[in-house]
Design a protein around this ligand. Structure first.
Ligand code: PLP
Length: 381
């Protein structure tokens, strides 16, 4: 694996010349090329109906790039407006049966996933929350003890947005499949910083979005991979014309598109599709393995400095058990985030997660040290 010149790559992200930016877990730095794509989108607006073929081309191009990123089969990835909508499309295609009606989700997932899966009780599912024994990171055995032949679906995050823990998911997928259950993996906090090869992971559905570690500009764009042989068996209960076999045929009857595309629905927002391409190209050019190696080096450095300074780090300390961010147990996280922002440092906080800090691969070692030193100074009693 050849080394990348992160100093040179850094110049491609305008935010780094304005802020000490450590909030990729929320909104990732966006390459400057995304502005050119946004202007290109603005130009198409003037074309009105003549823009449609151009838009469809951009959608197909983006899907191709996502399939490349995920090591996915052609035609297996679909675009949706949010990760919640992507998971909802799958939920709608799975029906409870008396002998198979349980859904497992985790206490470490994004809140929206919990709302979505819990709501399936109204459709006849029973739902159960899987909790990590240590409160921070799920171990495969934490999930395995809930599995039986009544489980229809297991929904988990690859990297927890609450603790930054990275799930050892392969044994979970294997056990879930042995029990006859589907696995829906929310990889939003992983894609772009942790290698996600859908065929190696074996998950049935992998969901992600573009505006965090993939450096997409606009919000409102997510995607899902559906294992091709499974996609053929699942029918979305809320289909739309973008998921029709003949997208612009406008037939009277819905016929599902082959593969993942059937989970698409109505006319998408085009602005995030245009502004997602540059970030995705950056990740593909740099290579996720190299981005991961750089991120691990930076989080390892920050972790050591934080522990020396007496800060409490919730995220697993072993690099192979964490994603791209570190979560700090700090009192009054909102005030810490505000005071850091006043120093030009962007981080964030979420209830239960503490203060979340993400070094982007293009952050420098000096910036990492400064973030920890300021955190320690602001929270010293
Ligand atoms: C793990 C994870 N999943 C999903 C989301 C977002 O979901 P949605 O696109 O539905 O807003 C986030 C963060 O915003 C997240 O951290």
């Amino acid at each position: 694996m050849s080394a990348l010149d992160f100093g040179a790559l850094r110049a491609r992200f305008p935010i780094f010349s304005e802020r000490t930016y450590f909030a990729t877990q929320c909104l990732g730095p966006m390459p400057a090329e995304a502005y050119a794509d946004l202007f290109e989108y603005a130009r198409t607006l003037g074309l009105r109906s003549r823009s449609i073929p151009l838009w469809l081309e951009r959608m197909a191009e983006l899907i191709g790039l996502l399939e490349q990123l995920l090591g996915a089969e052609a035609g297996s990835v679909a675009l949706r407006e949010s990760a919640t909508a992507a998971q909802a499309a799958i939920a709608s295609a799975v029906t409870p049966r008396p002998e198979r009606h349980r859904i497992l989700f985790s206490a470490l997932d994004f809140h929206s996933s919990r709302y979505l899966w819990s709501a399936q009780v109204r459709r006849g599912f029973s739902v159960e929350e899987v909790r990590p024994e240590d409160g921070v990171a799920l171990r495969p055995e934490d999930v395995l003890r809930h599995l039986d032949e009544r489980v229809a679906l297991v929904a988990l995050s690859l990297v927890s947005p609450r603790t930054g823990a990275l799930l050892d998911v392969v044994p979970v997928v294997k056990a879930a499949h042995d029990a006859g259950a589907l696995v829906v993996l929310d990889a939003y906090q992983a894609v772009g910083v942790v290698p996600v090869d859908v065929r190696r992971l074996g998950a049935d559905v992998v969901v992600g979005g573009t505006h965090k570690w993939l450096g997409g500009g606009g919000t409102g764009l997510a995607f899902l991979y559906v294992r091709p042989s499974l996609a053929e068996r699942l029918l979305p209960a809320y289909p739309g014309w973008i998921g029709h076999r003949e997208m612009v045929g406008f037939a009277e009857r819905y016929e599902p598109a082959p593969g993942g595309a059937r989970f698409q629905q109505g006319t998408p927002a085009l602005e995030p599709i245009y502004t997602a391409r540059a970030g995705l190209r950056f990740v593909l050019e740099a290579g996720v393995e190299r981005l991961r190696a750089r991120n691990v080096a930076l989080t390892t450095r920050m972790l050591a400095r934080a522990l020396d300074a007496g800060l409490s780090v919730k995220t697993p300390h072993e690099p192979e058990r964490r994603g791209g961010m570190l979560c700090f147990d700090l009192e009054d996280g909102s005030s810490v985030v505000e005071r850091m922002a006043a120093l030009g440092i962007d981080i964030d906080t979420r209830p239960g997660a503490g203060v979340r800090v993400s070094p982007h691969p293009c952050n420098t070692e000096q910036e990492c040290d400064r973030v920890i030193d300021e955190l320690a100074r602001l929270t010293r009693r």
